[in-house]
Design a protein around this ligand. Structure first.
Ligand SMILES: Nc1ncnc2c1ncn2[C@@H]1O[C@H](COP(=O)(O)OP(=O)(O)OP(=O)(O)O)[C@@H](O)[C@H]1O
Length: 354
């Protein structure tokens, strides 16, 4: 018997399962500064998760670490990053051999960095980037250049670019928004199941940002890839994500659905971030109610890293590190989890958001 088109999709389990991951940077022969601590989360097929937090909280380090794209001094030093491949097998990205990893990137998981200029080779035309990407992942008979270019044109049209104008151009001949869209088209070329976007619209004007975000929403719906979206802009997070994770001093201190985070955040840091957003979506500004900055990896604190800036901290917060606690359990990685010793008390007092 064949399944009817309306039959529920069988439960597939997570696409990406991150467990107790630490990521550090070597600063000397024996010193490793840990920039990401003990991060765990599951991402299911088709889900989009935004990582938010001030600068230096470890969002980019986590994004790069997930695909083993860290600079030479960077290292995933603990934990598991399990990924369900297109062939149905599961692999720990940490233990993948280099050649396997090369094939895996782009075809199964791709990353779009902030500032697309650096992602392109300045002496190659956009069409050559497409041809190289397709060719590097070919397994059977090499495809004709014309065939690849036709497919590339369709991808560019998908992100609303004119292929006739873009394919023959060098990266510097395009505007920032066009480069960023070209990069998104390139990242989607091999139909990856996971797209990691790091501030993909920063430095673009508001109209271009909006156009890219709208296109990404539509594409995700049509192509059903999963997404991890790193941003300073909570307005974008609210639009693009169905889940949000707040990072502070290298830790994931609150995760939940977009609704949990924007309407009933339980960590005073998340509440302060949301309180700092201007009424119309825009860049995150450090709120006046939140003076100071997050501690860097070289100055870890014994208790809660946010305690020195938190108006609700008590002595215990400075002594004991809060473990993530599930406040509202849900399947598919959608639980609302918070790492704050006082979260229940503060919610009862109405000090966090409802
Ligand atoms: N190549 C590196 N070598 C040493 N330390 C680094 C390196 N890259 C980042 N760090 C440190 O790791 C910490 C986390 O930085 P990261 O860039 O991941 O944060 P972020 O939240 O993404 O910030 P931003 O939003 O500004 O990109 C910071 O303290 C940073 O100084």
């Amino acid at each position: 018997m064949t399944a009817s088109p309306t039959a529920p999709v069988p439960h597939e389990g997570p696409l990406l399962s991150v467990r107790n991951v630490d990521i550090g940077y070597r600063t000397g022969r024996r010193t490793l500064l840990t920039a990401v601590h003990d991060v765990s989360f599951d991402l299911h097929p088709g889900q989009s998760m935004a990582l938010v937090g001030e600068s230096g909280c470890g969002k980019t380090t986590l994004g790069l670490g997930l695909l083993r794209l860290l600079p030479r001094t960077g290292l995933v030093s603990a934990g598991e990053i399990r990924f369900r491949r297109k062939d149905g097998t599961t692999v720990d990205i940490r233990s993948m051999a280099k050649e396997d990893l090369r094939r895996f990137r782009w075809s199964e998981a791709a990353m779009v960095f902030q500032g697309a200029m650096n992602a392109f080779n300045p002496v190659l035309r956009i069409e050559d980037h497409f041809v190289d990407t397709f060719r590097a992942h070919e397994t059977g008979r090499p495809r004709r250049r014309r065939e690849i270019l036709e497919e590339s044109a369709a991808l560019l049209e998908m992100v609303r670019l004119d292929p006739a104008r873009v394919l023959g151009s060098f990266p510097h001949e395009l505007s920032g928004g066009m480069r960023q869209r070209s990069l998104i088209a390139l990242a989607l070329a091999l139909e990856p199941q996971l797209l990691i976007l790091d501030e993909p619209t920063t430095a673009l004007d508001l109209l271009t940002q909006r156009a890219i975000v709208e296109r990404l929403c539509e594409l995700r719906e049509a192509l059903r890839f999963s997404m991890v979206f790193i941003t300073h802009d909570l307005g974008l997070a609210a639009e693009l994500a169905d889940r949000v994770g707040t990072m502070y001093a290298g830790r994931l201190i609150e995760t939940g659905t977009t609704r949990d985070i924007f309407h009933r955040s339980r960590h005073p840091y998340t509440s302060a971030l949301i309180g700092s957003v201007p009424p119309i979506s825009g860049d995150l500004i450090v709120p006046e109610s939140l003076p100071g900055s997050p501690p860097g990896p070289s100055s870890p604190l014994p208790g809660c890293s946010f305690a020195p800036r938190c108006g609700h901290a008590v002595d215990l917060c400075r002594e004991r590190r809060p473990e993530p606690e599930v406040l509202h359990a849900r399947g598919d990685g959608l639980s609302h989890t918070v790492a704050c010793l006082r979260s229940r008390e503060l919610a009862a007092e109405g000090a966090t958001r409802d």
